[in-house]
Each structure stands twice: as structure tokens, then as C-alpha cells.
Design a protein around this ligand. Structure first.
Ligand code: UGA
Length: 447
């Protein structure tokens, strides 16, 4: 079986590497740098197990990385995994899906089997209607069959989520297409009891958005509750969320209060869904708008706590622990850290930063804020007026607070991710966190 994966981004690379443990896979992109690095077995994204599996696949010749301009032979399965970025107004940009579709058609003799035996499956997140709008002509002209199959992999666990998905969603116009993809997944997946749901292409497209919208709603809900909890003496958001999460109707996941969601998916997808819905009904969906509004305000919550603790910010020095939008990745796209660092810089604060994968993060959008980078936490905290924790890296959980705070001008820690919320805090340290009345000064209660 020959598989072609078009788009060597996060989803394309993870999917290609995992499938190449079993099948002959060609991963195709237009970016020479990406293709060269993949050929050398170097993953440009930081993801557990990915580089090891990439090397296995390259060495066994099961995975070939190729530029789109090279020569190809027809594939049995084609997966399109190109990016669908946001425009500045929140609308989704489909130019990459459009362009690859045109190329597949123009060079059909190279890419597609005769007698429409190839199944072209779109995996990029797209607004409902897009797959048929862009790809239905392959079916109309009897060139190939099409399907939509959303990905649900999370950064930090992309390999695990690809090999052991929680569910598979297949959207197709023709039953032969959904059957072919179902059989492909049954043969491929190690977890044989994974539920497979077959539906229309539009429902499948929508399922991806609704899943992300619901998860983001849980996070904003937890964050709003955390703000209310802060005003109640002796109350703690973790205990409350644990209490409600045991109810299977609620589930314990995605209820961690903090500084809000970031990354390349939730902010982009919720905005795209809002714009899409406005176009359909001329009304702004109220729950989704509130989810975004709560999230946009999260970074300022932390700045407010900082001001209450150290007063005027101008001329102060602050250490930031954690840049990435979540642990286990080197991705800082839409990370809350960017907006916090920007706000600090605007207020005249000098910012020191540390992150366990600092040398693998693209810091280009942070450079203008004059950040100083540190490879160890103790040096990062030296002579600072306060420390803000913005990513819950497991490495931070293991830190000894007394040791790392020794050189601080003021031993103030403001924990945006509740890394130390359940730990003993030495008396010498002033510790504040989201969603807890513990360690709060009377001044904060009165604010
Ligand atoms: C998300 C979804 O979880 C995946 O299922 C989906 O496939 C993916 O988007 C996508 O659309 O491709 P991802 O963005 O990698 O995955 O990361 P998440 O683990 O969902 O975290 C997103 C953000 O929410 C992070 O900034 C994280 O810190 C924040 N978060 C998450 C919280 O603030 N609280 C929580 O309880 C959970």
C-alpha cells in the first residue's frame, strides 16, 4: 500500500512517521528546509518519541520525504494535512488546501491510480462545506474518491494520540469511501476497539470544531470559577474541580484553571467558528464569544496580581518560567506568555526568561521585548522583584523553592499554572496563585 501525505507540518509529520512504521509513506512539502531536515532524521518539532520513530522509518526506507516538485507514482491513499491559518479578522485561510487540490488534479497521472482507486482524505481543520467545495470535483469527474477525517492529536502527545486515538471520525459522500477508510484504520490501529463514527463530510468537519470549542469552553468556565473562588476564604479551585470531575457527565479533564488557552488550534478554531456562525445567522454566538473574552483577559489577571504585590511596574525586573503554550512542546504560538511579556515590557519591566526547551523555541516575536534568556532557573531569578510561572513543565514541579528564590530581590512567586499550589510553601516566600484565597493579602481581597 502506498500512502502520500501532503503537508509536513505538525499533523503531517506525526501521521507520516506513525504510518511509516507499517506502510510505504511519502511525505511531501514545498519547504526545502523541512524536507532536508526530515531526510536527515531531524524533527523540527519537539515531540516525545517522534525523532526516534522518524529515524526508524527513514532507516528502514519506509518513509521518504519529497518536495512537491519531484516525480511521483500513484498512491492508494492520499492525506492532505496542510495548514489552514487564520486571517487577521478570524476567517480561515484555505489557500494551501486549494493549491494542493489543484496540483493533485493537474498532475493526476502522477498522483492518482486509474479507475478512481485513490482515496483523497482531507485532515486539515476546515469549516463545514470546505471539503466538498474544494475536492468534490474529483468525484464528479470520477478521478478519485474523497473523505474528511479530522485529527484530534494534541501537541506533547502527538505520537500517542496518532497510534491510540480516542475515536476516528470519517466523513464521506460515498459509502465505498467511508468503508475504505474504516478498513484502513481497522488494519492500522493497535487499539482495535477504537470507536469509528461514519457520517457526512459536513458533520465530520463540524465535529472537529465542536470538540475544540467544547474543550475551550471547559477551560474558560474553570477560569471564571477560579476568579470567583479567589474571593472565598479557604476555597481552592483544584479541590472543587476534582469534586465535580468525578461525575462522568462532567469528566475531570480540561478543568485546570490558569492563564488561559493558547496554541495554534483553540484560539484559531474558536475564532473561525464564530466568524462562520456570524455568516450563517448574522448573529454572534454568545457562549463562544464569552469563551474568547474570558481567555483574552487571563494574562491581565496575573499582571494585576503582580501590581498588587510589587506596586509600580516601571523599572522593575521580573522572571518568567515557561514560554511554550503548554508543556511537552517547543511551540509558543498564541502562548499566554507572549501577551504577558508584551504587557510587562510596555509597563517598563525588564524580563528574564527560562524554559526547559528555550533553545528550540522560535523566539522571533519575543525579541522586540528585550527579554534576557537564561539556561538555569537560579540565574533567571537572580535580583528579580518577582517570578511568574507561565507553563507547568514537570521540571518546575521538582524545583526546591528555597533554593531557587535565594537570589531574588523580593521572594514573590505568582504561579499562573498552579504548579506549586498543592505543595508546602516555605514561610520566607510570598506565593500567589490562580483560584485560591491562600496566601492572599488583605489588599487583594479589597481590590
Ligand atoms: C488541541 C486539542 O486538545 C486536540 O484534541 C486537537 O486535535 C488540537 O487542539 C487541534 O485542533 O489540532 P493542543 O492545542 O495541542 O490540542 O493542546 P491542548 O492540550 O488542548 O491545550 C490547549 C491550551 O489549553 C494550552 O494552552 C493549555 O495550557 C490550555 N489548557 C488545557 C488549560 O488552560 N487548562 C486545561 O485544563 C487544559
Amino acid at each position: 500500500m502506498r500512502i502520500g501525505i501532503f503537508g509536513a507540518g505538525y499533523v503531517g509529520l506525526s501521521t507520516a512517521v506513525c504510518l511509516a512504521q507499517q506502510y510505504d509513506v511519502e511525505l511531501v512539502d514545498i519547504d526545502l528546509k523541512k524536507i532536508e531536515s526530515i531526510k536527515k532524521g531531524k524533527s523540527y518539532i519537539f515531540e516525545e518519541d517522534l525523532e526516534r520513530l522518524l529515524n526508524t522509518a527513514i532507516n528502514s526506507n519506509k518513509l521518504k520525504a519529497k518536495l512537491l516538485t519531484e516525480q511521483f507514482s500513484p498512491f492508494d491513499f492520499i492525506f492532505i494535512t496542510v495548514g489552514t491559518p487564520s486571517e487577521s479578522d478570524g476567517y480561515i485561510n484555505l489557500r494551501y488546501v486549494d493549491s494542493i487540490s489543484k496540483t493533485l488534479k493537474e498532475r493526476r497521472n502522477e498522483f492518482l491510480l486509474e479507475n478512481k482507486q485513490t482515496l483523497i482524505t482531507l485532515r486539515s481543520t476546515v469549516i463545514p462545506g470546505t471539503t466538498n467545495q474544494i475536492l468534490a470535483s474529483f468525484e464528479k469527474e470520477e478521478l478519485a474518491n474523497i473523505a474528511f477525517n479530522p485529527e484530534f492529536l494534541s501537541q506533547g502527545s502527538a505520537v500517542k494520540d496518532t497510534i491510540f486515538p480516542r475515536r476516528v471520525i470519517i466523513g464521506a459522500n460515498r459509502s465505498c469511501s467511508s468503508r475504505a477508510l474504516e478498513e484502513f484504520y481497522l488494519e492500522t490501529l493497535e487499539k482495535s476497539d477504537v470507536p469509528i463514527y461514519k457520517m457526512s463530510i459536513e458533520s465530520a468537519e463540524f465535529t472537529k470544531y465542536v470538540a475544540n470549542a467544547f474543550l475551550a469552553t471547559k477551560i474558560s468556565f474553570a477560569n471564571e470559577m477560579a476568579d470567583i473562588v479567589e474571593g472565598v476564604e479557604n476555597a481552592d479551585i483544584d479541590a472543587i474541580m476534582e469534586g465535580i470531575g468525578s461525575d462522568p457527565r462532567i469528566s475531570p479533564y480540561f478543568l485546570n484553571a490558569g492563564i488561559g488557552f493558547g496554541g495554534s488550534c483553540f484560539p484559531k478554531d474558536i475564532n473561525a467558528l464564530v466568524r462562520f456562525s456570524e455568516n450563517l445567522s448574522a448573529e454572534t454566538p454568545s457562549i463562544l464569544s464569552s469563551v474568547l473574552k474570558v481567555n483574552e483577559n487571563r494574562p491581565f489577571r496575573l499582571i494585576k496580581l503582580l501590581r498588587q504585590e510589587i506596586g509600580r511596574l516601571n523599572g522593575k525586573k521580573v522572571a518568567i518560567l515557561g514560554i511554550t503554550f503548554k508543556p511537552g512542546t517547543n511551540d509558543s504560538r498564541e502562548a499566554p506568555s507572549l501577551r504577558i511579556i508584551q504587557a510587562l515590557w510596555r509597563s517598563g519591566v525588564k524580563v528574564n526568561v527560562h524554559d526547559p526547551v528555550l533553545n528550540r523555541i522560535d523566539l522571533s516575536s519575543y525579541q522586540m521585548f528585550n527579554i534576557e534568556q537564561f539556561e538555569d532557573v537560579v540565574s533567571c531569578l537572580q535580583d528579580v522583584d518577582a517570578c511568574l510561572i507561565l507553563t507547568e513543565w514537570p521540571e518546575y514541579q521538582k524545583l526546591d523553592l528555597e533554593t531557587i528564590t535565594k537570589g531574588m530581590r523580593n521572594k514573590i512567586i505568582i504561579d499562573g499554572r498552579r504548579v506549586f499550589a498543592q505543595k508546602h510553601i516555605p514561610d520566607s516566600i510570598r506565593y500567589l496563585t490562580i483560584g485560591s484565597s491562600k496566601n492572599r493579602s488583605p489588599a487583594i481581597f479589597n481590590s
